[in-house]
Design a protein around this ligand. Sequence first.
Ligand code: HDE
Length: 714
Amino acid sequence: MASLGSALKHAVTSATNDTKIADLQQNTHDLEKSTGLTTEHGLKASNTDDWLKVIDGHTGPSLLEDEIAREKIHHFDHERIPERVVHARGAGAHGYFKVFDNRASKYTFAPVLTDSSRSTPVFVRFSTVAGSKGSADTVRDVRGFAIKFYTEEGNWDLVGNDIPVFFIQDAIKFPDIIHAVKPEPNTEVPQGQSAHNNFWDFVGLQPESAHMVMWVMSDRGIPRSFRMMQGFGVNTFTLINDKGERHFVKFHLIPELGVHSLVWDEALKIGGQDPDFHRKDLYEAIDNGCHPKWTFAIQVIDESRENDFDFDILDATKLWPEELVPLQSIGELVLNRNVDEFFPETEQVAFCTSHIVPGIGFSDDPLLQGRNFSYLDTQISRLGFNWEQIPINRPVCPVMNHHRGGQHQQRIIPGSINYWPNRRGWGPPQAPSEGGYTEYAQKVTGVKKRGRAPKFQEHFNQAQLFFNSLTPYEKSHLISAISFELSHCDDPEVYRKYTEILNQIDFSLATTIAKNINGIVPEEPGRPNHGERSATLSQLYYAPKDPTIASRRIAVVVADGVNTAEVKGVQAALKSAKALTFIIGPRRGKINPEGETMSVGGLAEGLVADHHWEGQRSTLFDAVFIPSGAKHAQALATNGRAIHWVREAFGHCKAIGAIGEGIAVVQEVLGDVPHLKFASDLTSDEVVTSYGVVSMGKYGPSSAMVDAFALAPG
Ligand code: HDE
């Protein structure tokens, strides 16, 4: 075992993060360079618009002999493949992974985790769990965070979520929880929602779900962006070092931009206004050079300490509190390239938890053990056999074995040998010293039976820990969310009963929700609250040290008569902070500047609006800005849609900026909000910030306004 790490390091050539892109190029067809239409068998096609038919002044029958028409229709008929049984809706991107140095080498010899000269190409797919392929992005749900590392030792798939724990402890329960959350079988309702009888019935009878339910009902269930979510491998894996020592490990990703969520009202509205919100957000950010970045960290437990905790470290309904097992940051993951085509890349990518590389191993986590079977199995019904040869799935290192045949076999292996051992010595197994994977020699004892280990029986300590660790506003969002969901259950046996589970977590939580939804109001706590907290469980903990507005979407709401020079100044300042600005006006196109006659079409100096007021909503932006200009302000202050923009943005706690006469628009809408202050001297460039509203009487060339705006809550 001792020489494994060094053998691997020497066996590999140095990779760049373009290795996988170059590999995909072999299958990439550039339409611009195409020579013209052909059929799939290469026949040049002269007409694909008219089916071959008999025409004699009138239309006669279409002819079956038309091979071109038949092929076109036939191909179309077979375009769809089964969607994923869970995580059907998703979006993906390419990128790379790098470790900072070899600090993880005391735990593992895996070069992907220890060799800082490497940049490993990755493909990441984010997803929701319950909804179909065409469902809305912003539903309340867990988000998938699946990473394929194309390492030089083979593909390593880390198939994680944005929540560190799971609903169930044993893989055999997976079909039950998924059947319960998916649309009910008789009506196929509801789509992409857990707010229905079956889900709450199941989790009410399955107390091991209590911890995860708290996470999904918290703000974590409605992220602002895939780029602003944590990632967790969830299951317990193992790392093996070059001394042959094994450690238990959990994998984490922490977003550079911080962890942010929508508010529920926004999520509901965006579901209708722009169901592709998260998908577009990812694409837009990468396209604009704001490459999403995560710190990659590990939590490690020595094999000898496996039983030192009051929870079982192999139980996926439990996290490892960071106060007990600190995070160690070892690298970073960056997404820097959008896909060229969704289907061959994002849809056909297939992850398997069983895909690991030397230096990484499994544990006896019973959820992981079942996952290792399920993923491999499901790809066959979704993509067909030999799915590992599909371009997005194939490794960047050599592949050689004696498997043969199967649907869509791409490999051609000359010669008569397809077995081992063979007289030629072709395709031999590779010893560990040559990089061959070898399982850790683990001693196993026990009695064969169905059941769960003793520490798997406790379900509420960490649910309590999570609840206790939230800020007051996070708690209030969580209470509203559970109340919303239980209000959507119409069977009293379901919604009344869940209070009993909640009362095992916290008495006040259970009482408030029971009153909201006509549940069973408890008379006394189901168990004492241990009162413990963990700072790292609140989203607030992940606020970036240096606040940033990079990639944030800012709506500049204008009317004719706006101060265009000022708008351009603000736009330039926001752009230099890498924010994206969008001009929202009375029409898409030119807006007349201050001092010029109103005329649709505008004049040369005018500003160009990206959208009409009616074409967008405040929910689709992170902040709203109202510049100065007397006529423009007057028009906005009397326009229902503009008023709604400001009111809704304030209600969703977004930053609102206003300058000069623009302040009057905000005052018109929010004037009666107690304690809200505005800049009152229109000749001064002093900036006033109050409850997220940033105002300035007169725009000064200083960046103070933009800085204050960037720092305002939103
Ligand atoms: Fe999955 N899961 N899962 N899951 N899962 C699938 O595999 C399964 C679990 C996760 O973007 C399926 O390729 C079982 C935990 C993600 O393509 C399927 C169990 C976690 C994705 C499957 C779990 C996940 C999947 C469906 C319980 C977080 C999307 C399509 C033992 C760590 C990957 C597919 C992508 C997908 C089975 C539990 C994350 C059926 C049996 C825990 C991110 O194989």
